[in-house]
Design a protein around this ligand. Sequence first.
Ligand SMILES: NC(=O)c1ccc[n+]([C@@H]2O[C@H](COP(=O)([O-])OP(=O)(O)OC[C@H]3O[C@@H](n4cnc5c(N)ncnc54)[C@H](O)[C@@H]3O)[C@@H](O)[C@H]2O)c1
Length: 281
Amino acid sequence: MKVLNHRVAVVTGAASGIGLALARRLAVEGMHIVLADVEPDALEEATEQVRADGAEAIGIRTDVRDLGAVQELAARTIEEFGAVHLVCNNAGVETGGSFLEIPDGAWRWVMDVNFYGVLNGCRVFLPFLAEQPEAHIVNTASVAAFTSGTATMTPYCVSKSAILSLSESLAIELHSSNSPVGLSLLAPGPVNTRMPDAERNLPEGLEPARDPQRVAMMAELRAKAQHAGLDPSEVAGMTVNAIRDNQFYVLPHPEMALAGVRRRLQWMETGVLPAPRKAGT
Ligand SMILES: NC(=O)c1ccc[n+]([C@@H]2O[C@H](COP(=O)([O-])OP(=O)(O)OC[C@H]3O[C@@H](n4cnc5c(N)ncnc54)[C@H](O)[C@@H]3O)[C@@H](O)[C@H]2O)c1
């Protein structure tokens, strides 16, 4: 998608972190922005920031788990701006623990937001995007998509692998059918955002995992994101380049993604189980 100026972007999970940085960068590129998120106050503040960057922007409270809410998001986008050219399915959450201690509700929350949120975005917006001469989808996964076995983060790894597989399959189908819609998969390693506090949005009745291994892991992840994580604006810049170049993989930490792929390949070739990974390595 070469032209961004005066076109319309929808970004989910836009009230914080990578989503907010994407919305702000796309605003600077001249796009009209629809910000979608579950946190109403943060969403309002983010929408104001994007307007201050010079864009026409609206914020629509949307829970991406809910297909009807995503359909409503699309309807309101068309009502407000008349079209949609770019959808960033970016909202994501994380909770976990040791395997048998992860409640069913925690699995469902992670899969519903991370996987079904992306699936809902693709299914609902694709018909609108396909009406345009050029359009694009960005699905946010993680290096966790390539690296199973991250201690206490099994649901997150599973959900991100599912996004990877969905995105690869859809990109191939779109390309082979000469669709005007391109697709990119954003798979970062540590980025300095509020992701280590994702459990702030846990559904009622679920508690953050508290076993010592998990608590230590989250503390380490938080420190790594803050001190060694990329700034979300850098990730947004790489993503915009990928949208313009119609590049599928957006790998802000290519060495981590490739190490994950090599680890699997070695496992397949040698049969030797790899050691558990620490998050952010
Ligand atoms: N930060 C990292 O190190 C990192 C690394 C790899 C991948 N990612 C991915 O990047 C994406 C963005 O996360 P981030 O790091 O900016 O974290 P963040 O917590 O700063 O932002 C995530 C946003 O998603 C929103 N959200 C949560 N549940 C939602 C729902 N049901 N519907 C709509 N919005 C919802 C949150 O309110 C929040 O504003 C996620 O998919 C995450 O998995 C992050």
